[in-house]
Design a protein around this ligand. Structure first.
Ligand code: PLP
Length: 276
């Protein structure tokens, strides 16, 4: 059963609970995480907690709870939901106060939902995804998991309307990441992905891929690459908590490699399935 939490109360995810003067709602003034639960086990929770608190600190937001307290709430919600495979969404905002750009002196609002996991369409997982390249119009602090996702939403919608699953973004001639994923290519057996600078979200699944590449003895290089390098790649794939590791086979109508999911991404996903 889907379940939700707001500032200490367990609620139904359909309850109308949001006060008008809530800063997440009015300003997008907050940060969030999306976490996956496999077989009742929260996947890579320490990494998610570290990123959550780093994001909060970056926007000068005092969450008002420790990482242990947040984890205890998550565990309790998962248990109450009775779900084994689910997605946890959590966000912290700068609280409830009359609308004013300046920081209010009120406690942060913390809300969460636990819902059954969304799964990637089986056919897309089998045959690979299509993507669309679009300009990266976001701000300079993409490493902060901020609630402000307007450029991401607009890019994803444009990609979707063109028949692609994901928008992959280009800044100053180099590919950064997807609108809601990190992006990788494979060339001559080596994995390449944009370095973890301020221009990308430091994805948790990206960390998992880096660790698995080491385990599988596959060279892994964090180096920016261009759309020409993408088109000349042998394989491409994207990663995110909800999409896991997903092969990409077509960019703006052009095939990558032989147009089929490659061996490297298959190996990574097989190992990922063992770890989840
Ligand atoms: C912009 C962006 N990049 C990358 C990711 C992947 O991050 P993670 O693997 O932590 O889900 C996401 C996830 O939603 C995202 O929104």
């Amino acid at each position: 059963m889907a379940i939700a939490y707001l500032n200490g109360k367990i609620i139904s995810s359909n309850d109308p609970v949001l006060p008008i003067d809530e800063r997440g709602h009015q300003f997008g003034d907050g940060v969030y995480e999306v976490i996956r639960v496999y077989n009742g086990r929260v996947f890579m929770m320490p990494e998610h907690m570290e990123r959550f608190f780093k994001s909060a600190e970056a926007i000068k937001l005092n969450v008002g709870k420790s990482s242990e307290e947040i984890m205890a709430i998550v565990d309790d919600l998962i248990e109450r939901s009775g779900l084994q495979d689910c997605d946890v969404y959590m966000q912290a905002t700068r609280g409830i106060a009359p609308r004013n750009h300046l920081f209010p002196n009120v406690p942060a609002s913390i809300s969460m939902t636990v819902k059954p996991s969304k799964h990637v369409n089986e056919e897309v997982r089998e045959s690979g995804a299509k993507i669309k390249l679009l300009p990266d119009e976001r701000w300079q602090n993409c490493w902060i998991k901020s609630l402000n996702l307007l450029p991401n939403i607009l890019a994803k919608q444009e990609a979707f309307e063109s028949g692609a699953l994901e928008a992959v973004l280009i800044r100053d001639g180099y590919i950064t990441e997807g609108s809601s994923s990190n992006f990788f290519i494979v060339k001559n057996g080596e994995i390449l992905t944009a370095p973890a600078t301020n221009h990308i979200l430091h994805g948790i699944t990206r960390i998992a891929v880096k660790e698995m590449a080491l385990e599988l003895d596959i060279p892994f290089r964090e180096q920016a690459f261009t759309s020409d390098e993408l088109l000349a790649a042998d394989e491409a794939f994207l990663t995110s908590t909800t999409q896991e590791i997903l092969p990409v086979v077509e960019v703006d109508g052009q095939k990558i490699g032989n147009g089929k999911p490659g061996e490297v991404v298959k190996k990574l996903y097989e190992l990922f399935l063992e770890k989840m």
